[in-house]
Design a protein around this ligand. Structure first.
Ligand code: HEM
Length: 119
């Protein structure tokens, strides 16, 4: 496999499957599922795919809102943030990604914490 995280995630087809799995887990997760009841989940899936593509070194830009803008007014807690990150790691585990890729996604996700919680 190539060396960018984008390539190692399986490029767009891999990221599409991964993001769909992550969001399916969020919807079933009692800690964060209720947050998505009134959200536009189709847009969320599309934007999260773009975000993963752009954030992992892929060729296409992210056209969605900034992380503070997207989560403003939600007052997301640390517990909710951790639940979302746990779903990302569970999805990667289920789909057979290696530790290296899991660690890189974890580091990127964690780096966004201050832009997402308590906005
Ligand atoms: C690293 C963690 C996270 C990332 C990378 C992330 C990423 C995103 C992205 C890309 C969007 C779409 C923005 C747009 O529509 O322009 C979004 C929307 C959303 N996120 Fe997050 N998010 C994270 C954590 C969370 C957490 C912890 C929650 C709450 C429990 C959450 C709840 C939502 C909701 C409800 C929306 C839809 C908002 C709306 O429809 O207006 N996110 N997120």
């Amino acid at each position: 496999m190539g060396d960018t995280l984008y390539e190692r995630l399986g490029e767009k087809p891999g990221i599409t499957v991964l993001v769909d799995r992550i969001i399916d887990l969020h919807l079933q997760n009692p800690v964060v599922g209720p947050r998505f009841q009134h959200a536009d989940v189709d847009r969320g899936r599309a934007m999260a795919k773009e975000f993963f593509v752009a954030g992992s070194g892929g060729p296409e830009p992210y056209t969605g809102r900034s992380m503070p803008e997207a989560h403003r007014g939600m007052n997301i807690s640390e517990e909710e943030f951790l639940a979302v990150v746990d779903d990302m790691m569970a999805a990667m585990d289920q789909l057979g990604y290696d530790q290296r890729e899991r660690d890189e996604v974890l580091a990127i996700a964690y780096s966004l914490k201050g832009d997402i919680i308590r906005q």
